[in-house]
Ligand binder design. Sequence first.
Ligand SMILES: Cc1ncc(C[n+]2csc(CCOP(=O)(O)OP(=O)(O)O)c2C)c(N)n1
Ligand SMILES: [Mg+2]
Length: 649
Amino acid sequence: MPKRRPLPDPGRRKFLKGATLAGAAAAVTPVAAAAQGAAPVAPREDLKAAAPGPIQTALETSPPDKDPQTQTTSGGDFMVDVLKTLDIDYLTMNCASSFRGLHEAVINYGKNVKPEILTCNHEEIAVAMGHGYAKMEGKPLAMICHGVVGLQHATMAMYNAWCDRVPVLVMGGTIIEANKRGTTPEWVHAAIDIAAGVRDYTKWDDQPISLQHFAESAVRAYKIATTPPMGPVMLSLDAELQENPIKEAESLHIPKLSKVVPPQADSGAIAEVARLLVNADAPLIVVDRMARTSAGMERLVELAEVLQCAVIDRFGRTNFPSRHPLNQTFRRNAVVAQADVILAIEMNDHWAALNAFSDRIVRTSRPLYKPTAKIISLGLRDMYLKANYQDFGRFSDIDMSVAGDGEASLPALTEAVKRLVDNGRKAAYEARGKRYAAAQLAMFEQAKSDATVGWDSTPITTGRMCAEVYAQIKNEDWSLVGNTISNVWPMRLWNIDKAHRWNGGSGGAGVGYNAPASLGAALANKRHGRLTVTFNGDGDLLYVPSTLWTAAHHHIPLLYIVQNNRAYHQEYMYLQAMANRHGRGIENAHLGTTITDPNVDFATVARGFGVYGEGPITDPKDLAPALKRAIAVVKRGEPALIDVVTDPR
Ligand SMILES: Cc1ncc(C[n+]2csc(CCOP(=O)(O)OP(=O)(O)O)c2C)c(N)n1
Ligand SMILES: [Mg+2]
């Protein structure tokens, strides 16, 4: 019987737990260990003759050698230098050993500044934060994750960013050389090509095998990501490259990042589009993801005002002021039916914008436009897409396709239009504009009246909730972020007059976007001193509740208003429609679709993550005072959440 050995100290045991689980560590021979760079551990004489079990135990429980200092630089340091030249402000992450080299370099060599680490409890949160941030700040942040498994968690958020054409610089750690991988986790977390799983919805990726290769690929990745049409990019980072000393430092060169000039449409095509618009009786502009910057919105206003034409905003970005007299968004069927020339700019789903679709009984659709209408598309949609995922939408009737960046092409188009508008036309245009202005005013009055339906009822109507929120933020520099179905109310009721008032939807409609993407947008807004608000579906928040911890930990001011209908309500309604189709009654439609029994207490959840929380608020009279208290917290620079029990609308 081997002698009983004293128990090792608890800290060391924790460390060894991983090694023991790894199994392979136990079998490591002194020679192999030395070859891996570890100090060889000689088997003790008194244990040599013992059975394999105790020998292994003895080896594993020997006190560890102090980590020797063997180097003064690491590849990770150089990687940090590259990220600094790219002006990357933040690095979102969930920590993992496959990027421990870069992680250590960021905090010690880079002093945790540009990039600053933002700790996330799930990789989906880390990417979605980058998604929301980029749309608000106009530039990407970087995200890093564990090779295989962290990337698997990140995938849906990457898909959303891809569908939304938003740049995020994603990096994943891996160990490329098989002979450098040690224990089981290093094997199960390695792949010959970790990016294979996300390549279908990544604009570009690479796996650099030298530091010079990294520098060039990082700058290339950034440039590709931020060239319209934008998208997420991916770099697979070899752990050895991050961890080992820099060789030949003098020869390393970080390439220049040149400013990207988005492509303008062909001047002949612009002239033809201008001619068609000017000669039309009822020209219409439909717009979706056009405004990349605040200039985009101003340019569209200028074009619409010269033509005095109707504009329909599909809300992919803030493209057009919500209360502009020419904004006819909520009269889509009428204005599309009247239009003789339709200019659709940077559409995500062109077909859906101009056709009516119903799936209530059987899937049916019909065009909303006249057969004689001339339809023009302007944008980069056709310039870049992939085959597998079908985010490009149904193929559409288009008479003239003009390839060019919408925002960049607008000034030339407006100039061309101005040159063709004579005084005679101006008078006719003005009369047309007056009709739209009257219709817009009527729509706004209707929206205000619609919002009062069920004003005092419990659960609280989404119309009242939105009206109460707006009453308290309208005199601030507010910013509504994320996406929920309630956004139709802000679009109808709120004065969305600046680009940062709203940052568009998720792109891929992958739920679990709203909570973290809103936080990313709030992070960008913090620097500008804006008051950030999001309506968060209860279902959405339950995918990624620990987003709240990141908000608290990093002191990101954001007001989460949980639109708590205690259901995945969209799906609940689908199920009711299915049941109705069979005449089977809707009594069972709550099964698998509702989030009751027990009800989730989101205020308690928030407090558990260190976030100010109030609710559940069921009486509409309690809403205004609760909002006031929560907004005061947000104005102090911290996140807050209020749980509002709403009706299903
Ligand atoms: C990842 C993912 N899972 C499932 C769905 C299907 N889905 C679409 S809307 C929805 C409900 C989301 O619930 P909530 O955020 O509470 O919004 P509500 O419909 O209740 O307003 C679901 C589950 C999806 N789009 N994405
Ligand atoms: Mg819900």
